[in-house]
Design a protein around this ligand. Structure first.
Ligand code: APR
Length: 250
């Protein structure tokens, strides 16, 4: 914990990559754990753009369940710890694969939503945009005034990463010398390539996860456990070190 805190203070440009595991303690299941979303919904039938296009009403049942859950949940101590690191000037950006909006709600200002957002939806027929609040989830699939089907602006498998998010994330990874990789299995690319980019440029990886991920072999530090317990402790350690250093200077 002490060494991790020192790395964060020492870093010139630290960023974070987060995944569904940072939000499980808020009550949102992740995807690949044994109680994850893909254990209840077949990824091939629900996770791909072609699955959505083939049977939008079916996929919308899963999406509506997610949307209703997102309305109820709140950020947890892991989200707040990252917001505090940003306020301290020690975290330049959060790149998240999550679509729950909890980083923003916790107070992070610079958040890249790598897999899009549930806040807006687009009509697949005319391209009209809708905000989530305007959608009636009782009649699925929700439709546009032109009768076209609405799709949330989230990234399904088989869809590209939104260009702006991809460019920003690549730019951030290329100038980072430290990346915190939190609550992600690192099983999905291109998001999982971001820590590899940091590492190839000579930067370091700090991983925080309940268990080892597919990129654990690359990590310089591994803190195994719950993000909501570990991250607040890391921030406390950071603040303690900063205070000690300040006292030494004075
Ligand atoms: N603290 C730390 N780690 C946790 C916690 C927790 N409280 N809860 C779960 N984890 C870890 C799991 O051990 C797992 O390694 O978080 C990781 C979650 O991995 P996934 O379920 O694969 O989620 P994620 O990496 O975000 O998935 C990437 O896959 O299906 C797509 O588009 C979806 O954005 C998602 C992408």
């Amino acid at each position: 914990m002490r060494k991790v805190a020192e790395e964060i203070i020492k870093a010139k440009f630290c960023i974070a990559l987060t995944g569904a595991g940072i939000s499980t303690e808020s009550g949102i299941p992740d995807f690949r754990s044994k109680d994850g979303l893909w254990s209840r919904y077949d990824i091939n039938e629900y996770g791909y753009l072609h699955s959505f296009l083939k049977n939008p009403a079916k996929v919308w049942k899963m999406l509506a369940e997610m949307a209703e859950l997102f309305e109820k949940v709140k950020p947890n101590p892991a989200h707040y710890a990252l917001a505090e690191l940003e306020k301290l000037g020690l975290l330049k950006a959060v790149i998240t694969q999550n679509i729950d909006g909890l980083h923003q709600e916790a107070g992070n200002k610079k958040v890249i939503e790598f897999h899009g957002s549930f806040n807006t939806l687009t009509c697949l027929n005319c391209g009209k945009k809708y905000s989530k609040e305007k959608i009636d989830l009782k009649n699925l699939p929700p439709r546009c005034s032109c009768n076209g089907i609405l799709k949330p602006d989230i990234v399904f498998f088989g869809e590209p990463i939104p260009t702006k998010a991809l460019n920003e994330a690549l730019e951030l990874a290329n100038k980072s010398d430290l990346i915190l990789v939190i609550g992600t299995s690192c099983a999905v690319y291109p998001a999982a390539a971001l820590p590899i980019i940091v590492k190839r440029k000579g930067g370091k990886i700090i991983e925080i996860n309940r268990e080892e991920s597919e990129l654990s072999y690359l990590a310089d530090y591994k803190l195994l456990g719950k993000a909501g317990e570990i991250l607040p402790k890391v921030v406390e350690e950071v603040k303690k070190l900063m205070k000690n250093r300040l006292q030494k200077i004075q």
